[in-house]
Design a binder for this molecule. Structure first.
Ligand SMILES: [Fe+2]
Length: 228
């Protein structure tokens, strides 16, 4: 399994929020998995536990953190195919959107439903949940101050597919233009796949380079995304 750390440790220490961020590219379709830690309490959460839980577990140990939970950006298999192994190792709560398709919900103990504007925590650090459907009904982003973990909603210079079961391109337009693009331009985007030229970027820069964020209205977006 090819698992690699993008950047280096220092680069991902976000001093302003005291949130420790590790970004890993793992698996055959360039998934990004994140370990987010509170340096004060040494608690750590994993966003989208997939592909190589042994490696991620070793990483948490190497960094001196204890894994205390998992956040699911949505329930597509490439984002949670390590979930059973994770909960068998750690017995931690797993947070999923209450709107995810029933057929996609993983059959595990400790699954906790969350919804828009709920607050989660990583140690003593507060995390806001943003419900951002479109790619799937239960897509959600996680916001820690100005750092936004976008799953398959927003990529660097791309956005999630809207032609899958449960997808809704009009809902995607609303999520992008009326929720995510309303965040400050300084917001840093951490996507769910490494599909762009760089692993993360600011919202302000993405508004200039991401073709899915440069549409003048929903009709233009539907043409760009769906070819309609
Ligand atoms: Fe997905």
């Amino acid at each position: 399994m090819d698992s690699r750390l993008i950047g280096n440790d220092k680069w991902y220490i976000a001093m302003a929020t005291k949130l420790y961020i590790q970004q890993y590219e793992i698996g055959p379709i360039n998934n990004f998995v994140y370990l987010l830690g509170d340096p004060q309490t040494k608690e750590m959460v994993i966003i989208d536990p997939a592909w190589d839980i042994d490696f991620l577990s070793q990483e948490a140990k190497r960094l001196g953190y204890k894994i205390t939970g998992a956040f699911l950006s949505h329930a597509h298999p490439d984002h949670l195919n390590g979930l059973h192994k994770l909960v068998s190792l750690y017995h931690v709560p797993v947070y999923i959107s209450k709107y995810e398709l029933p057929i996609m919900r993983p059959a595990i103990k400790g699954l906790i439903d969350v919804k828009d504007k709920d607050k989660l925590s990583i140690g003593q650090i507060s995390v806001d949940v943003l419900h951002t459907p479109g790619h799937s009904p239960g897509c959600q982003c996680f916001l820690v101050k100005n750092q936004l973990f976008t799953g398959d909603v927003l990529f660097i210079d791309g956005c999630g597919r809207c032609d899958l079961p449960g997808s809704d391109p009009k809902a995607m337009y609303n999520s992008l233009y009326n929720i995510l693009m309303k965040l400050p331009d300084e917001t840093i985007i951490y996507p769910g796949h490494h599909y762009g030229p760089i692993p993360s970027d600011t919202m302000g820069h993405q508004k200039k380079t991401n073709p899915y964020l440069c549409c003048h209205n929903m009709k233009e977006f539907l043409v760009e995304r769906m070819g309609l």
